[in-house]
Design a protein around this ligand. Structure first.
Ligand SMILES: [Zn+2]
Ligand SMILES: [Zn+2]
Length: 196
């Protein structure tokens, strides 16, 4: 009762605002109608490799888009929560470069919905490490923030070596991105890695 009253008081002082603009919304971490329409959330039939939407229904067999068939990916399955354009692109850019770490929690929820079957069989969530020079500039690794939030939401373990920004990173100081991830997974083998 006391908690509910406190929450109401906080909501009156700080009413929830849309993550993509300053429009008032009903709940925290939500999008207003206009931003929602512009965010292009992906659902339905998708490419198994990159997660982009495909026309038609799935027939139970693996479906890959033309791009994934012509350039095979170094991972077996991929999913995306949003199409990288319009409002979705602005949200991603704000999380990566605009000091909007608050977007990591809702982004984790969107990733959980989009990832669906990929989160079965208890995978280890492993964020893509950030090169130290970029980490200094951005002050946080957005991928690590999403992994931490997704790990809480989906009750899965996440790779603490990749997420811990304070640890020395000899393994990937000179090897940003995918090669660093590979060296991390080698240290933790055997594991399953879910890239974010
Ligand atoms: Zn909005
Ligand atoms: Zn694809």
């Amino acid at each position: 009762m006391l908690r509910a009253s406190f929450q109401t008081a906080v909501s009156l002082v700080y009413p929830p605002k849309c993550l993509g603009c300053d429009e008032l919304v009903e709940q925290d971490f939500g999008l207003c109608g206009s931003c929602w329409r512009d965010a292009h959330f992906i659902s339905g039939t998708v490419c198994e490799g990159c997660g982009q939407p495909l026309p038609g229904d799935t027939d139970g067999f693996r479906l890959d888009c033309d791009e994934c068939m012509s350039t095979p990916r170094p991972w077996s399955q991929g999913r995306a929560a949003l199409l990288y354009k319009d409002k979705a692109r602005k949200l991603v850019m704000a999380l990566k470069h605009g000091d909007r770490a608050d977007l990591a929690a809702p982004a984790a929820g969107w990733m959980q919905r989009a990832s669906g079957p990929l989160l079965r069989d208890n995978p280890l969530l492993c964020p893509v490490p950030l090169h130290w020079s970029r980490l200094i500039k951005r002050r946080y690794n957005q991928s690590a923030l999403i992994a931490e939030n997704l790990s809480r939401l989906a009750q899965l373990d996440h790779c603490r070596i990749c997420c811990d920004e304070s640890r020395p990173r000899q393994a990937w100081r000179a090897k940003p991105g995918r090669s660093a991830l590979r060296s991390c997974s080698a240290q933790l083998s055997p594991i399953r890695v879910t890239g974010l």
